[in-house]
Write a new protein. Structure first.
Length: 403
């Protein structure tokens, strides 16, 4: 049975990391109730739990389920046709961008007899994408979860990573994440703990690598950084002036490979059909972000704590103004919130409380409705704070239909 103090620590942990846990959890209401309980204990009881209302305590098994959903996961694929002396590769991924950038590399290595195993250390949205496919079976991966290492205590994910290590990891590819991602395992322990011969960092966007290397003097030596193109390389060189420029490789990543330009016409038609847009409708795709990331990582001390929500409000206002200025035209605001944002409901609350004109419709464009490519190709313009899709838009080569 869980000791009360440990149980309370778990409640506080869930509240502290609520923004990271909520987007992929199936226990949304319980997490919100836990937040209210922890807040009540702090505000009314000075953080002393013995005065808390026990009737508000969530069930222990539900708390454990929340933590198990949120924990970093290890997925493994073993090559039955590997050559003698084949290598072991490990990838870390967290955000949708990292997943899109690294999975093409994962698939390439799976096709090569030079690799005996490929492992993915995944958290958050990346882990959810793999888990959604029956525990990774779609990719041919199976999840590893060690148990009973210390009876009565949870087993650290480090054990899962090491459990498949009949030999050292030959190469590790770490990816960028915003907060508390598994790349920390690779950057601070890839060589010193897991004995990898090579450690690489994959930058799937344009900018933002500096916070991953903020504590570089304590990191393992990174052998190289792979990025999208020369622009991405120049940004990294500016952000990391002490990193050897000759070890920054503009090779392209899955972000560019995923443009699927050769099927652009099909994606335009398919996307607009799925979203209910006729040929005359001007479609603007809004890509949501996470305010907390800007406030704590991207622009700490500068960014508004509601920057994403306020940006959406401005975009919605601009669309209403456009629709009002020309009532003969039809407009659609296609809303694709960030999959890791726990405040996405605020966007729809804003829509519900706003007077929308008849020649403007606001529609969801999430994964449930269409793919990212379908949404991007279906749109006439893309609006966001700092999405990778803004950089990718000119590369798609699609002429604007209405502007």
């Amino acid at each position: 049975m869980t000791e009360p103090s440990e149980f309370q620590n778990k409640l506080e942990y869930i509240t502290r990391h609520e923004d990271e846990i909520l987007p992929t959890s199936t226990h949304t209401e319980t997490i919100k109730a836990i937040h209210e309980l922890v807040q009540e204990v702090e505000e009314h009881h000075g953080g002393v739990w013995r005065f808390a209302d026990k009737s508000k305590f969530p069930q222990t098994n539900v708390v454990e389920a929340i933590l198990q959903e949120a924990e970093t996961k290890v997925f493994v694929w073993t090559n039955p046709d590997a050559d003698v002396g084949a290598k072991r590769a490990v990838f870390t991924m967290d955000a949708p961008g990292a997943f899109a950038a690294l999975m093409p590399v994962v698939f390439e290595l799976k096709r090569s007899p030079r690799y005996k195993s490929v492992e993915i250390v995944a958290s958050n949205v990346a882990a959810e994408y793999i888990r959604e496919n029956e525990g990774g079976d779609w990719f041919g991966f199976t999840q590893v979860r060690s148990t009973n290492v210390a009876p009565g205590k949870p087993t650290p994910v480090f054990v899962d990573i090491l459990s498949k290590g009949e030999s050292h990891a030959d190469v590790i590819f770490a990816s960028l994440t915003d907060t508390n991602g598994p790349e920390t395992v690779a950057l601070f322990g890839g060589k010193s703990v897991f004995s990898a011969k090579k450690l690489y960092f994959v930058m799937d966007g344009w900018g933002g690598a500096n916070h991953a290397f903020a504590n570089s003097k304590h990191m393992d030596k990174v052998d190289g950084i792979f990025c999208n193109n020369e622009l991405a390389k120049r940004i990294i060189e500016k952000e990391l002036p002490n990193f050897p420029p000759e070890q920054i490789y503009a090779t392209g990543t899955g972000q560019i490979d995923s443009l699927d330009i050769e099927h652009s016409e099909e994606l335009i038609q398919g996307g607009r059909e799925k979203l209910g847009l006729d040929d005359e409708t001007i479609g603007v795709l809004y890509l949501g972000d996470i305010s907390a990331d800007y406030a704590s990582v991207v622009m700490p001390g500068i960014a508004d704590h509601d920057i994403s929500e306020k940006t959406f409000a401005l975009v919605l206002e601009a669309m209403i103004n456009d629709a009002s200025n020309d009532e003969t035209k039809k407009f659609a605001l296609m809303v694709r919130p960030h999959p890791r944002n726990s405040r996405n409901n605020e966007l729809w609350q804003k829509v519900a409380s706003t007077m929308i004109l008849q020649n403007l419709k606001v529609i969801p464009a999430t994964n449930k409705e269409c793919s990212m490519n379908e949404a991007a190709y279906a749109s006439d313009a893309i609006v966001s704070i700092l999405s990778t899709e803004n950089f990718k838009a000119p590369l798609r080569g699609v002429e604007l239909r209405h502007f």
